[in-house]
Ligand binder design. Structure first.
Ligand code: SAH
Length: 239
């Protein structure tokens, strides 16, 4: 990339961060992290010109990288101290994981698409995000071996709160996820784990994510017209 192009991306990124601050993202660590991660390197080169606009972009396999505002909002809701271990479900491009790593968190991220998982892992490694580890797996099971976590963030919409993920939280930890309460209505939800295995749930406004597909999520993509009505994973959230 030419130096001029590099400077253009840097300026666009600075402007993106200024807009996010105007739109109500207040946590300095989050804004600083978004100011550092080269989002244009997490998407197809043909789309790089739109990398710093506040839009969601395709990342292959029918999946999307969330718009920067959403990434920032999730990072704010995670809000755990530096050095904490966090689990992300839905690595996608690896961008959200890079933002969390820039915030000083130790990030474990799970992706169900083999190709996306491979690309995200290579990209994070090449960019030097050595505190973000990618695994190819059904993330509705979580990643118990690396837990427990101060926070778990799900970047795909779940039909119900997966009990598997709640169990992998530390006491006082929080699960941040888009919950599809109805087919056409997703809300961002934070579930806190209180002492004595009690949970407290807060809502944080509307959301727009691709579906979480797996054992404790949807059985299959509810938007796929070729496969009939939406299915829920058997026993979703039950254990
Ligand atoms: N956080 C990503 C964007 C996520 S898009 C980024 O920053 O680019 C949602 C991702 O969740 C998709 O890549 C999709 O394949 C993945 N996904 C859906 N269900 C999943 C599951 N059960 N386990 C792991 N990943 C899942």
């Amino acid at each position: 990339m030419s130096r001029a192009a590099g400077r253009r991306f840097e300026r666009a990124r600075r402007e993106m961060v200024e807009r996010l601050a105007e739109q109500g993202i207040t946590e300095p660590r989050v804004l600083a992290a978004l100011g550092r991660v080269p989002r244009h390197l997490f998407i197809d080169a043909a789309l790089a010109g739109q990398a710093y606009e506040d839009v969601r972009l395709p990342l292959g396999q029918g999946q999307t990288i969330s718009q920067p505002w959403t990434v920032a909002r999730l990072a704010e809701l995670v809000a755990v101290p530096e050095g904490s271990r966090v689990l992300e479900i839905g690595a996608g491009s690896g961008y959200q994981a890079a933002v969390l790593a820039e915030m000083g968190l130790i990030v474990f991220t799970v992706e169900r698409h083999a190709e996306l998982a491979r690309t995200a892992a290579a990209r994070l490694r090449d960019l030097g995000y050595l505190r973000a580890t990618v695994k190819h797996f059904d993330g509705t099971y979580g990643w118990a071996a690396m837990g427990p976590y101060r926070a778990v963030v799900v970047t795909a919409a779940a039909p119900e709160v997966p009990g598997t993920l709640l169990r992998q939280l530390e006491p006082g930890g929080r699960l941040v996820l888009p919950l599809a309460q109805r087919e056409d209505e997703q809300r961002l939800v934070v579930v806190r784990k209180l002492p004595g295995d009690e949970f407290e749930q807060e809502e944080h406004g509307p959301a727009c994510f691709v579906p979480l597909i797996g054992r404790f999520g949807y059985e299959r993509d509810p938007a796929d017209p070729t496969i009939g009505p939406r299915g829920r994973g058997p026993g979703a959230g039950a254990r």
